[in-house]
Ligand binder design. Structure first.
Ligand code: GAL
Length: 653
C-alpha cells in the first residue's frame, strides 16, 4: 500500500471537528497521518504538568478509523515557558542577534537544556503510546535545520570546541588543518576558538567548512538524543525525520540516513515555475539513493503555500501529477502539509486537504480522488527504481564550493541541476549518490563540480574507470581536500592521471564563449573556462574566441578499460551527455514525446512503467509492448497511451 495522508494538528480543533475529520479521512483514502508536530505546549502546558488525555482520544479515534499514525515527537517548537525559564536555549545568529520566541524552531541545537527537555518529553510520549494500535512510525523533530541552519551562541561555541577536540586531538593539528599560519590566526589554546561569527572580512574558510559539519552534527545529536529513547522504549517502531528539500544545505543527509529506518523528504515545487518538477526530481533521486530503498514524501502542498512572495494554487491535476512523480521516483508514501487548514496562525493561507471551505472544494475533491486512486494500486509499494547513471553529490563539497573568496561564486545546486536536466529530459534514470558509493554497477558516472574531493573519492573513480566505467567530470573539480587545502602539482591533482590533463589556470566567464568541436560542429560554453594542458587526453572541443582561443575545452581520455571525459566549461550539456550516454550504452526508459517523464518501478514479478505528462498539451505515447494501464482499465492491455496535460498512466508489464 502506498501510504497516503497529511500532517494532522488536532490541537486546533474541537472534538466535534475531530470526529468529522475521521469521516473525511475515510472518504479521502487517508491511511496515515503524522500527528502532533506542534503539540508540545498542548500536552505539557506547564513544566512537568502533562495533559495527554485529549491526545489519547485522538490516537484512539485514529486507531478506530484504521488510520496509522506517524507520531511526531513534538519537539519542533518548544513552549514559551521553556525559553522564558532558559533564555539561553534561544539561537543566536552569526551577527550576535539572539532570536526571540514566538515563531518555531527556537532552540540552539547544542543546548543541553533543550535536549534534556526534549528527551523528557519523548520518554513520556514513547512510554504512553508504546504498543498503541495506531502507532506505526516515529517522526522525530521536524525539518531540522530549516530555519536554524547554525547557531553562533556561546553554548554552541563550547560545543564546537568539543567537536574540534574530537576531530583533531591537538591544537597543533587544528592549526595545521585550518592553515592558521595565514593572517596570523594561530591558536595557542582551544578556548580561543570561536564560531565563524561576522568578522572584518572573509573568516577562515576551513573554520567555516568545519562549522557547517559541526552544525549538521549538532542537529543530528538532537535527533539521536530522541532516537535513542525511542529505540529503547519502542524497539521495532521505525523512525524517520523529514528533510527540507534541497533549497537549503544545512544537513549532510549522508551522515543522517544511516540512523533512520525510512528517509523522508518535504517537497514544495513552485506551481508558477514550469520546470520546478526537474529540481523536485533531482531531490527525489537523491533521497532515494541515500538508502537505496523506498522513501516517504512526508510533506507537500495540496495546493498553494503561503511563504513565497506570490503563491499560486496548484492548477487542476498538478497535485496528482506531482504526487505520482514522487511515487514514480520511488516514494512509498504521499503526505501533505496539512490535513485541515487552520483559521488563525502564520499558515492560515497555506492550503490543506480540507480547506477553509471544507469538503465541497476543489482541493478536497482532488486529494480525495487521489487517495481513492492510490488505494487501487497497493502492489506498487516496495518496488524499486533502478538506474544505470550515477551523479555524485556531497555536502562538504557543496559547503566548500560556496565559501567566499573563490575565483567565482559558483552554485552547487545550480550546477548539479544543469547536468541533471538533460538526462531527466531524455528519460535516463539517475541515482544521485555519495562519492564513496560502490560505482561498479553504473554504466556512467557524472561528477559536476566536486570542488572538495577526498583522496578516497579519486581512488574510487580511478578504480571505476580502470574497470571499464564511463566518467564525466566537469570544471573546478578535485581542487581541495577535506580541509579546504588546495592540492598541489596542477589541478585537479588527484584526477590528472584519469583525465589525462592538467589545468593551469581558472578563467571564469563573464559572457558565453564559442566552442569548435573536433567533428567541425560549433557550440558555446558558459560560466567557466580553464587553461588546460592535455597529457594524453584527446581534444573533443576547443575554445574559439577570447584569451583561450585554440586551447582545449572538452577532452576525452581512455584510461584502463574505461573512458574519462572532462568539461573545462559548461557546453550545451544535452548533446555532450547524449554522446557520452550512447558510448556508455545508456539508453532511455522510453523515447517518448517531450515533456513526458517515464520511470520504471521494478517488483519481483512485474515492472511498472509510470508515465507523467508535465506538458500542457495532450500527447500519445507508443509503448514498447502491450500493457494495461492500472489507473484506467487494468484488464485491457494497450499499445499506446493518450495522456492529457498533467496526465498519468501506470502500465504493468
Ligand atoms: C514545512 C514545515 C511544515 C509547514 C510547511 C508549509 O517546511 O515542515 O510544518 O510549515 O513547511 O509549507
Amino acid at each position: 500500500m502506498i501510504r497516503y495522508g497529511a500532517d494532522y494538528n488536532p490541537e486546533h480543533w474541537s472534538e466535534e471537528v475531530r470526529r468529522e475529520d475521521l469521516k473525511l479521512m475515510a472518504e479521502a483514502g487517508v491511511t496515515m497521518v503524522t500527528a502532533g508536530i506542534y503539540s508540545w505546549a498542548a500536552v505539557e502546558p506547564r513544566p512537568g504538568e502533562w495533559d495527554f488525555g485529549w491526545f489519547d482520544d485522538v490516537m484512539d479515534g485514529l486507531a478506530g478509523a484504521g488510520v496509522q499514525v506517524c507520531l511526531a515527537t513534538m519537539t519542533a517548537s518548544p513552549p514559551p515557558w521553556l525559553s522564558h525559564a532558559h533564555p539561553e536555549i534561544l539561537p543566536v545568529r552569526a551577527d550576535g542577534v539572539r532570536l526571540s520566541p514566538g515563531a518555531r524552531q527556537q532552540f540552539c541545537p547544542s543546548s543541553p537544556v533543550y535536549r534534556a527537555h526534549a528527551e523528557r518529553l519523548v520518554s513520556e510520549l514513547a512510554s504512553r503510546y508504546a504498543g498503541h494500535p495506531a502507532l506505526a512510525m516515529w517522526h522525530v523533530g521536524n525539518e531540522y535545520g530549516c530555519h536554524i541552519r547554525a547557531c553562533y551562541c556561546d553554548v554552541s561555541a563550547e560545543d564546537f570546541r568539543r567537536w574540534l577536540r574530537e576531530r583533531y586531538g591537538t591544537i597543533g593539528e587544528l592549526n595545521s588543518a585550518w592553515t592558521t599560519t595565514f593572517w596570523s590566526q594561530r591558536y595557542s589554546t582551544w578556548d580561543e576558538i570561536l564560531p565563524p561569527r561576522v568578522a572584518p572580512t572573509f573568516p577562515n574558510p576551513a573554520q567555516q567548512l568545519d562549522y557547517h559539519r559541526f552544525s549538521s552534527d549538532a542537529a543530528l545529536e538532537c535527533f539521536l538524543t530522541e532516537q535513542r529513547v525511542l529505540r529503547r522504549v519502542t524497539p521495532g517502531v521505525p523512525i524517520t525525520t523529514n528533510f527540507v528539500g534541497l533549497v537549503q544545505k544545512a544537513l549532510d543527509w549522508h551522515t543522517w540516513t544511516p540512523h533512520e529506518d525510512f528517509v523522508s523528504l518535504d517537497s514544495y515545487p513552485d506551481p508558477y515555475d514550469p520546470r520546478a518538477h526537474v529540481e523536485a526530481a533531482f531531490a527525489y533521486d537523491l533521497v532515494r539513493s541515500t538508502k537505496d530503498q523506498p522513501w516517504l514524501l512526508l510533506e507537500q502542498a495540496p495546493s498553494a503555500v503561503n511563504w513565497r512572495p506570490r503563491n499560486s494554487p496548484k492548477p487542476p491535476g498538478a497535485m496528482r501529477l506531482g504526487s505520482w512523480q514522487a511515487i514514480a521516483q520511488g516514494a512509498d508514501a504521499v503526505l501533505f502539509f496539512q490535513w485541515r487548514q487552520t483559521s488563525g496562525g502564520a499558515e492560515k493561507f497555506h492550503s490543506a486537504m480540507v480547506p477553509h471551505g471544507g469538503r465541497d472544494t476543489r482541493t478536497f475533491r482532488e486529494t480525495a480522488g487521489l487517495g481513492q486512486e492510490l488505494a487501487r494500486v497497493p502492489e506498487l509499494a516496495g518496488t524499486r527504481v533502478r538506474a544505470d547513471v550515477a551523479i555524485l553529490h556531497d555536502w562538504p563539497s557543496w559547503w566548500g564550493l560556496e565559501l567566499d573568496s573563490h575565483p567565482a561564486q559558483l552554485e552547487y545546486l545550480e550546477t548539479h541541476l544543469a547536468h541533471y536536466a538533460p538526462l531527466f529530459d531524455a528519460n535516463i534514470t539517475c541515482d544521485v549518490v555519495h562519492p564513496s558509493r560502490d560505482l561498479s554497477r553504473y554504466k556512467l558516472v557524472v561528477v559536476p563540480n566536486l570542488y572538495l574531493l577526498e583522496q578516497e573519492t579519486a581512488d574510487n573513480l580511478r578504480a571505476y574507470v580502470a574497470g571499464g566505467g564511463h566518467l564525466v567530470v566537469s570544471y573546478f573539480t578535485g581542487i581541495v581536500d577535506g580541509r579546504d587545502r588546495a592540492y598541489l602539482g596542477g589541478h585537479p591533482a588527484p584526477l590528472r592521471d584519469i583525465l589525462g590533463l592538467r589545468v593551469d589556470e581558472f578563467w571564469p566567464l563573464e559572457d558565453a564563449v564559442d566552442l569548435r568541436f573536433a567533428d567541425g560542429t560549433t557550440g558555446s560554453g558558459t560560466n567557466w573556462s580553464e587553461w588546460i594542458e592535455t597529457e594524453g587526453a584527446e581534444v573533443i572541443a576547443s575554445f574559439e574566441g577570447g584569451e583561450l582561443a585554440g586551447r582545449p575545452a572538452i577532452t576525452r581520455h581512455v584510461f584502463g578499460d574505461g573512458v574519462a571525459w572532462y568539461l573545462g566549461t559548461r557546453p550545451d550539456l544535452g548533446p555532450v551527455l547524449g554522446r557520452v550516454c550512447s558510448e556508455a550504452g545508456v539508453s532511455p526508459v522510453l523515447d517518448g514525446p517531450p515533456g513526458v517523464q517515464a520511470v520504471v518501478r521494478h517488483g519481483e514479478e512485474s515492472a511498472y512503467l509510470i508515465l507523467l505528462n508535465h506538458g500542457t498539451e495532450p500527447v500519445t505515447v507508443d509503448l514498447p509492448h502491450a500493457a494495461p494501464d492500472l489507473l484506467t482499465d487494468p484488464s485491457r492491455p494497450v499499445r499506446e497511451v493518450r495522456l492529457a496535460p498533467r496526465g498519468v498512466a501506470v502500465l504493468k508489464g
